[in-house]
Structures are given as structure tokens and as C-alpha cells.
Design a protein around this ligand. Structure first.
Ligand code: ADP
Length: 151
């Protein structure tokens, strides 16, 4: 049976930290579906979903095992639809751990076949944070070193 993992997140924007989690995930899974979650009722995103899909697709164009989708439903439900038995997530620090711990419990409650798998961030990428990148970009700062594609 194919090992399919979902890598869900806001990815607003997708960073070099996220890229590192995906590339390391390829050693564990046959397929990784990067899933950009958004709220269809109120879209507060800084980078539009379609724009981000295009950038992520370009980043991984060499890899046929990696695809990108967007969704506006329960992650556990999306995983079921895509035959994914694994949720891939990254852990930077204890704040991430607290948050991830509760989401993983809920997701397993909602979908018994879903196992969350966490990769510890590479130390040189641990400080990369989408919120800070948005702020720097908003005021005209150069964020190109933190992203795996050109804006
Ligand atoms: P969410 O809104 O679901 O937290 P994010 O786009 O912020 O979505 O993050 C998606 C996943 O990537 C989360 O598991 C998060 O902990 C992880 N992540 C975020 N930044 C980094 C980074 N610099 N290195 C590794 N993992 C990261």
C-alpha cells in the first residue's frame, strides 16, 4: 500500500522551513500532498491561495511525488478523501509542540486511520516564521533568502 502523507498548513507564505520538512518527508512517504487550508467565509490571507499553489508547484516541479492542493474543510476529512494515512507537520519549539499536540489528538479522534508524524526543524531554519515574513514584506523588506522561490 502506498504511504500517502498530507502536509497541511496555511503556508502564508510557504518558506524554506516548510520546504525542508517536505524534502525530508520524501524519505518516509511515497507521496506528499501539500494542502493549503483557507477559510472560504473570511479570507484574511496575505498571499493568495492560487499564487502560493503556483509558487509551491514551481519549487517542486522535479518531484512527481509532490502535489499541491487547497482545501476549506476538516483536515481529517480531506485525508480520508485522498487516501492519506499520515499527517506531516514540523516542530520548531515547545510552542509548536503544545499546539500540535492538541491538533493531533483531535485529528485522530476524527479519523482513526490518521497518524500524525512530526519532524524536528533543522536548527538553521527554526527561526523562519511566516508571520514575520509577511510583516517584513508588507513594509518592503527583502525576504528572498527565506523563501524557496522568487516572489
Ligand atoms: P498552520 O497555520 O497550520 O500552523 P503553517 O503554514 O504556519 O500552518 O505551518 C505548517 C506546518 O509547518 C506546521 O507544522 C508548522 O509547525 C511547520 N513549520 C512552520 N514553520 C516551519 C519552519 N521554519 N521549519 C519547519 N517547520 C515549520
Amino acid at each position: 500500500m502506498k504511504r500517502i502523507a498530507l502536509f497541511p498548513g496555511s503556508f502564508d507564505p510557504f518558506t524554506k522551513g516548510h520546504e525542508n520538512i517536505v524534502l525530508r518527508g520524501l524519505l518516509l512517504f511515497d507521496e506528499i500532498k501539500i494542502a493549503i487550508g483557507y477559510n472560504s467565509q473570511k479570507d484574511h490571507r496575505y498571499f493568495k491561495v492560487d499564487f502560493m499553489i503556483e509558487k509551491i508547484q514551481k519549487t517542486f516541479s522535479k518531484y512527481s511525488q509532490i502535489s499541491v492542493i487547497s482545501y476549506s474543510e476538516l483536515t481529517a476529512e480531506l485525508a480520508r478523501k485522498h487516501g492519506a494515512n499520515y499527517l506531516l507537520r514540523g516542530l520548531r519549539n515547545t510552542t509548536d509542540f503544545e499546539y500540535e499536540n492538541s491538533i493531533a489528538q483531535v485529528n485522530r479522534h476524527l479519523n482513526k486511520d490518521l497518524e500524525s508524524v512530526f519532524l524536528i526543524t533543522a536548527p538553521e531554519l527554526a527561526a523562519i516564521n511566516s508571520t514575520i515574513i509577511r510583516e517584513v514584506h508588507r513594509y518592503g523588506g527583502d525576504v528572498s533568502a527565506l523563501l524557496p522561490y522568487e516572489l
